[in-house]
Design a protein around this ligand. Structure first.
Ligand SMILES: C[S@@+](CC[C@H](N)C(=O)[O-])C[C@H]1O[C@@H](n2cnc3c(N)ncnc32)[C@H](O)[C@@H]1O
Length: 297
């Protein structure tokens, strides 16, 4: 007998594991077939409805683990549900990308990343100093976090923020293995990275901003977390360059970035155009900017 279970997972509906994630699920859960549903082949459809074909006689413990996981995903924090407005599908003419699922995390630490993206060139361009407090916002499994922590040294600190606890767990494992102790993992929300006010010298966002489901709320909260003179560094795959082998939805043009950040209180102070695939744009809080009054258009 085969048992079919269809689980809708609202909390994860914006996450996209990609093919790598699906393979990982199948590898780690023998006895379970993950089938695409609805519009076969699209990430959103795969995440919105997961159909598990469970073969009871073969893998009862796996079934129990999966059911527990689904129950966890379905559990909603009532406070969060009340205070977080619905996720935007688009912002200022741009479609917002689905969040990269933690099952795809190995792609972030792939061996070829340094060669493809010249990550150490980016780190050098940040010009970090020992003792600084910096935030790896949307840190994933901490590919950049560990190097940031080494650069700011023992007297400095790195806040590592992500909305997926699983990403923070993966980061923690990597930090422990590397014996790095100046990292503070923070579980952010969709609207707030939960950073202390006026605490950050640098907020680094690598391939993250285009995934924000609530860009205005995030930009507002980020602004409050900057020290005077603190900087937000946006790193995004170049939409203008067809040679950059990344899906269009996960790329941004400079023009679009400049359409979105200044109206939210940021001014462009520097650009670094020497990476092979990405824009690097440095912003500071614009002192002339005034938050729009509540209820204004
Ligand atoms: C493509 S990954 C990039 C990870 C990392 N910056 C890197 O370059 O290796 C994007 C990450 O941003 C996180 N993310 C998306 N929206 C977020 C938000 N509002 N606040 C914090 N993290 C967010 C996702 O969970 C995911 O781990």
């Amino acid at each position: 007998m085969q048992l079919f279970l269809i689980a809708s997972i609202p909390a994860h509906e914006n996450f996209c594991a990609g093919d790598f994630g699906k393979k990982a699920v199948l590898r780690d859960n023998p006895g379970v077939d993950l089938l695409h549903c609805h519009q076969i082949g699209t990430c959103r459809a795969w995440e919105k409805a997961i159909m598990l074909r469970l073969i009871p006689s073969r893998n009862v413990p796996t079934i129990a683990v999966l059911l527990t996981a689904i129950a966890g995903a379905l559990r909603a924090d009532p406070v969060e549900l009340e205070s977080i407005p619905p996720a935007l599908k688009g912002y200022m003419g741009r479609e917002i990308a689905v969040t990269m699922h933690y099952l795809g995390a190995p792609w972030l630490t792939r061996e070829s990343r340094e060669r493809e993206e010249e990550c150490s060139t980016l780190l050098a361009a940040l010009n970090l100093k020992p003792g600084m407090t910096v935030c790896d916002l949307g840190c994933g499994n901490g590919f950049y976090t560990l190097d940031l922590a080494r650069r700011v040294g023992e007297k400095g600190e790195v806040y590592a923020v992500d909305i997926q606890p699983e990403m923070l767990r993966l980061l923690d494992e990597r930090a422990k293995e590397a014996k790095i102790t100046n990292i503070k993992p923070v579980l952010g929300s969709l609207i707030d990275p939960q950073l202390p006010p006026a605490s950050q010298d640098v907020l680094l966002l690598v391939d993250v901003y285009h995934e924000f489901s609530h860009p205005e709320q995030m930009l507002r909260a980020m602004r409050k977390s900057l020290k005077p003179g603190g900087r937000v560094v946006l790193v995004e795959f170049r939409l203008e360059d067809p040679r950059v082998p990344i899906k269009l939805l996960h790329k941004m043009s400079k023009k679009q970035i400049l359409k979105e950040l200044p109206p939210n209180g940021y001014k462009l102070v520097e650009q670094f155009d020497k990476l092979p695939w990405q824009h690097v744009m440095f912003f500071e809080a614009d002192p002339a900017w005034r938050e729009p009054a509540v209820g204004s258009e």
